[in-house]
Design a protein around this ligand. Structure first.
Ligand SMILES: Cc1cc2nc3c(=O)[nH]c(=O)nc-3n(C[C@H](O)[C@H](O)[C@H](O)COP(=O)(O)OP(=O)(O)OC[C@H]3O[C@@H](n4cnc5c(N)ncnc54)[C@H](O)[C@@H]3O)c2cc1C
Length: 478
C-alpha cells in the first residue's frame, strides 16, 4: 500500500510541499487539509493586491489537486491523535497518516488593547494576513478617506504605501523611535520616514497605542502621548505568531515554534513541520524562501529521492515591496564586530550602510537609488570577499579599479549568482534549463519557478532568457 502523507495547511509551505511531492511522481497518497476556503494563493503578493498593482487571479498558485493530491479546502484539523496515527477535522472526519506534515503558518498578532477582543474584532479593525483580510480592507478602503496602520515594520509599511497609492490619507503608528527596527538602523529608518511622507504616509513614532474605540462609522486610536487619531479603518500589522496550538495539544516539543531537526522532523519522527510554524536551530523564519526550501527537503525525504536531505538555512535578504521605495536590508543592523561604512544623501533619500567583518559583508542597508544593490546582495548571499576598495560597494560604480556595479550583461554574471532568492534559483540553473530545451520565458519559469515568489527578480529572469535567446550558441553551450 502506498504511504499516506497528510499535510495540515494549504498555505505557501503546504501547497509547495504538495507540488514537490506531486512533481516527484512517487507512489504516495497525499491529502492536504486547508482551513482557508480558497485554493492556494501567494500570500506575499497580498501587498501588491492591496496596492492595486495586481488582481486576485494573479495571486493564485498552481493547483495540484486531482493529480494524485486530495486537496480539501475549508477544513480545519482540530486534533492529532498520535496513538492511532490519525488527524480529526472540524467536519468530523478522521484521516489516517503514515507521515504527517504541519504547515500551519502564523497568525497575525492582535495587541492586547482595551477595545480589541481578538475573537471579535470590530468591523473596521482588520489584521493583514489572509486573502479574506485583504478583501475586507479593500472593501472598506473603497469608501474610506483616512486609514491608520498599527505597526511600522515591513508588512505595515507595505500596507500603508498600498493604501496611500489608492488615495487614502494614511498614518502609521509605531512604538519604536524609528521604522523597521529589525532591519534598519535609526538613520535609515528616519530617511525611510521622509520618503514615506513624500508618498502620502505620515508616521507617528515612539508612541504606543493605549486603546481603540470603533463603531460602524469609524475608529479612534488613543495614544500614549495623550493624542487620539481618527480614521475610517485601522489595519493591524503588529507581527505574527507561529500557529503551534495543534502541535502543542498533541504533545510535540514546542517553544516559540514547533521544534524541528535538520530533516524538519518534530519530536515525533512520524510528524514534520515546515514554514512559519517551525523552529529550526532556535530560529523562526517567517519568510517564504526558507518555507519553500523546507518543503523541498521534506519531499526529498518522503519520496526516498534523498532520504538524508537536510535543510540548511541561507542568509536572508529583506526587500520592501512598495512603489517608490527601493529598500534592501540584510544581516543584523544592531551590532556585531567589523568595520562600518555609511553613505547618506538625505536630499535624494539615498542611504547605504555596510558592515564588513573578516572581508565579508555581515550586514547591509540600501535605501533609495543604490546601483550596487545587486552586487551587495550577491556578496552577502554567497559570502564572497568584498572588493579592496569599499567605496565601490557604497557608491555602486568602479572606483580605483574595483568594479562593484552589477554585471551589465547576463554574460558577465557568474553562474552561481542567485537570481531568484525566494526559490533559490541561480543564473546557472536558468542556463541549464534553457540548454535542456525550455526556450521561452514561460517555459523557463515553469521549470525553475524563478520569479514566482515576491516577483522582484522577474525583470532579471526575463533579461537572462532574452540574452540566452540572442547569445552565441557556443557561449551558452547550445
Ligand atoms: C502581506 C504579506 C506580505 C509578505 N511578504 C513577504 C515577502 O515579501 N517575502 C517573504 O519571504 N515573506 C513574506 N511574507 C511572509 C510569508 O507570506 C510567509 O512566510 C509564508 O506565507 C509562510 O508560509 P506557511 O505556509 O508557513 O504559512 P501560511 O502561508 O500562513 O499558511 C498556513 C496555512 O495553514 C492553515 N492552517 C493553520 N492551522 C490549520 C489547521 N489546524 N487545519 C488546517 N489548516 C490550517 C492556515 O489557514 C493557512 O492557510 C508576507 C506575508 C504577508 C501576510
Amino acid at each position: 500500500m502506498s504511504q499516506r502523507v497528510v499535510v495540515v495547511g494549504n498555505g505557501m509551505a503546504g501547497s509547495r510541499l504538495a507540488a514537490e511531492l506531486h512533481a516527484r511522481g512517487e507512489d504516495l497518497k497525499v491529502t492536504v487539509l486547508g482551513a482557508e476556503p480558497h485554493r492556494a494563493y501567494n500570500r506575499i503578493m497580498l501587498s501588491n493586491l492591496l496596492a492595486g498593482k495586481i488582481g486576485e487571479p494573479d495571486v493564485e498558485l498552481a493547483e495540484v489537486a486531482g493529480r494524485g493530491v486530495d486537496l480539501r479546502t475549508g477544513v480545519t484539523v482540530s486534533t492529532i491523535d498520535r496513538a492511532s496515527g490519525q488527524v480529526l477535522t472540524d467536519d468530523g472526519d478522521r484521516i489516517p497518516y503514515d507521515h504527517l506534515v504541519l504547515a500551519t503558518g502564523s497568525r497575525a498578532v492582535v495587541p492586547p488593547l482595551p477595545g480589541l477582543d481578538p475573537l471579535r474584532l470590530p468591523e473596521r479593525v482588520i489584521p493583514f494576513r489572509t486573502l479574506d483580510d485583504c478583501r475586507r480592507i479593500l472593501a472598506l478602503a473603497g469608501h474610506a478617506r483616512r486609514a491608520l496602520v498599527l505597526g511600522g515594520g515591513l508588512l505595515g509599511l507595505e500596507a500603508a504605501r498600498g493604501l496611500a497609492a489608492r488615495g487614502l490619507d494614511v498614518g502609521v503608528v509605531h512604538r519604536v523611535p524609528y521604522l523597521m527596527e529589525r532591519q534598519l538602523d535609526p538613520a535609515a529608518g528616519a530617511m525611510l520616514a521622509g520618503t514615506l511622507t513624500g508618498l502620502g504616509v505620515t508616521t507617528h513614532l515612539a508612541v504606543a497605542p493605549t486603546g481603540v474605540e470603533a463603531d460602524a462609522s469609524g475608529v479612534r486610536l488613543a495614544l500614549s502621548d495623550g493624542r487620539s487619531l481618527d480614521a475610517d479603518l485601522l489595519l493591524l500589522a503588529c507581527g505574527v505568531r507561529p500557529d503551534t496550538a495543534l502541535a502543542a495539544a498533541a504533545g510535540l516539543a514546542v517553544e516559540r515554534g514547533v521544534l524541528v531537526d535538520d530533516r524538519l522532523r518534530t519530536s515525533d519522527r512520524q510528524i514534520s513541520a515546515i514554514g512559519d510554524c517551525a523552529q529550526h536551530q532556535g530560529t523562526l523564519t517567517g519568510l517564504v524562501a526558507p518555507a519553500w526550501a523546507q518543503a523541498r527537503v521534506v519531499a526529498q525525504v518522503l519520496t526516498g529521492q534523498d532520504p538524508l536531505a537536510r535543510y540548511q538555512p541561507r542568509p536572508v535578504v529583506t526587500r520592501l515591496k512598495a512603489a517608490g521605495i527601493d529598500l534592501a536590508a540584510m544581516g543584523d543592523p544592531t551590532g556585531g564586530p567589523g568595520e562600518e561604512l555609511t553613505f547618506a544623501d538625505p536630499a535624494r533619500g539615498t542611504y547605504a550602510w555596510l558592515r564588513i567583518h573578516d572581508e565579508r559583508l555581515a550586514a547591509a542597508i540600501l535605501l533609495g537609488d543604490n546601483p550596487s544593490v545587486g552586487t551587495v546582495i550577491q556578496l552577502f548571499d554567497r559570502g564572497h570577499p568584498v572588493p579592496g576598495d569599499r567605496r565601490a560597494l557604497l557608491l555602486g560604480r568602479a572606483v580605483g579599479g574595483a568594479v562593484a556595479a552589477p554585471a551589465a550583461s547576463p554574460a558577465l554574471m557568474p553562474d552561481a549568482t542567485t537570481v531568484c532568492q525566494c526559490n533559490t534559483v541561480s543564473k546557472g540553473a536558468l542556463v541549464h534549463c534553457w540548454r535542456g530545451g525550455a526556450r521561452t520565458l514561460d517555459a523557463v519559469v515553469a521549470q525553475t519557478r524563478a520569479g514566482t515568489g515576491c516577483g522582484s527578480c522577474r525583470d532579471a529572469v526575463a533579461g537572462i532568457v532574452d540574452w540566452l535567446s540572442r547569445a552565441d550558441p557556443v557561449e551558452v553551450g547550445r
